[in-house]
Design a protein around this ligand. Structure first.
Ligand code: SAM
Length: 345
């Protein structure tokens, strides 16, 4: 008898079909069931969770934001019995080797709006935290967990599983990474670069000089300045007044096609132009002489007419002679976009 594993996959709203396409390429025998249209789905594949999650990590699907294993599932009783069942499951599964005493364990509970249950996610978390402390002799945490207990409550069913944060592809519940909005934050776009920094494990301190193409009003520029980089910002639109007198910032209030830079002047290039991918690609390709060999580039790609895989292929072809793709990922803060992380050869 072949073993199979059931997982719950989450993508950005509207992009589940692309995540499913990528998963099908990895596991041709996969069977999908939609949970939340265009966003959340379960899938069943032959193999164990460790095999499946290893394959997903190795060739990480661009549009799969988060994945969790389903080790147990049942029809909702819509009563405290659901919580009691979950506690029994966690105590026995945890004790059978899925967790170890002293580990940091996070409980992440997601509940669909349509799930008409008399308990709130935080009640489930609080109840499971008591099992973690008293039965498993471990420590409940929110961040920095060794293991994550994921609970998903759909309209009719309850699903749960235990995994490590890296197996889930994100240590945030459902991959929905949240940043605190700062009082003086210039744009929400800053979250995209913050997320890329975390998700791709980028240490900006390696870089000294960054080129920001399509920089206004300056959310990305402000983050790079905060990280101690010198920044050259190009945009025909105005940068935020709080930035304009910063001595570490040089501004070209111009179209990127009209700027002349020095060869190898930068070790980081970022571009968040929200423009047609083809035109953006040509503009960036024409400025690549200013990026040093070994320097990196972070570029958002607007998915205008969908067909995302074709768009990515065309852009990579355009950049390929000089840039090598390190990672392509649709981030939580990308809406109709995805983010490319590349390195100059
Ligand atoms: C989404 S906004 C950038 C937001 C910015 N990353 C931030 O964090 O505030 C896109 C910007 O690209 C600029 N842009 C569009 N076409 C451009 C071009 N050809 N050259 C330079 N900038 C361009 C627009 O003026 C706009 O300010």
């Amino acid at each position: 008898m072949t073993t199979t594993v059931t997982c719950i996959g989450t993508s950005n709203h509207g992009f589940a079909q692309y995540a499913q396409e990528e998963i099908r390429r990895l596991f041709p025998a996969v069977a999908f069931k939609l949970i939340v249209p265009t966003e959340i789905f379960s899938f069943e594949v032959p193999g164990s969770w460790s095999e499946v999650s290893a394959a997903l990590k190795e060739q990480e699907p661009i549009f799969l934001r988060h994945v969790q294993p389903v080790q147990v599932q049942w029809d909702l009783t819509r009563s405290d019995e659901d919580i009691a069942n979950l506690k029994t499951w966690l105590a026995t599964t945890g004790e059978s080797g899925f967790t170890n005493p002293g580990q940091f364990i996070a409980v992440q509970v997601r509940k669909e709006e349509k799930a008409d249950v008399p308990y709130a996610p935080f009640t489930i978390k609080a109840e499971l935290d008591t099992v973690i402390t008293s039965t498993l002799q471990a420590e409940p945490v929110v961040k920095g967990a060794d293991r994550i207990v994921s609970v998903y409550i759909s309209a009719n069913k309850l699903f749960a599983g235990i995994s490590s944060p890296s197996e889930n592809l994100s240590d945030w519940s459902g991959g929905a990474i949240r940043f605190q909005k700062e009082e003086d934050q210039i744009s929400r776009a800053k979250f995209k670069l913050l997320e890329a920094e975390q998700r791709f494990g980028i240490d900006f301190s390696y870089a000294r000089a960054a080129l920001d193409i399509g920089a206004a009003p300056g959310g990305w520029t402000s983050l790079l300045l905060e990280r101690g980089l010198r920044v050259t910002a190009i945009d025909p639109a105005s940068m935020h007044p709080s930035l304009t007198s910063n001595p570490m910032l040089k501004i070209y209030k111009k179209n990127a096609g009209d700027v002349k830079l020095r060869d190898n002047e930068f070790d980081l290039l970022v571009c968040d132009m929200s423009w047609s991918p083809r035109q953006m690609g040509r503009l960036v390709a024409d400025l690549l002489y200013a990026l040093q060999s070994g320097g990196t580039a972070i570029i958002t790609v607007k998915l205008m007419h969908k067909k995302p895989f074709q768009t990515i292929r065309e852009l990579i072809q355009l950049f390929e002679p000089s840039l090598h793709l390190l990672k392509a990922k649709q981030l939580f803060h990308n809406r109709e976009e995805l983010t490319l992380y590349l390195q100059k050869l």
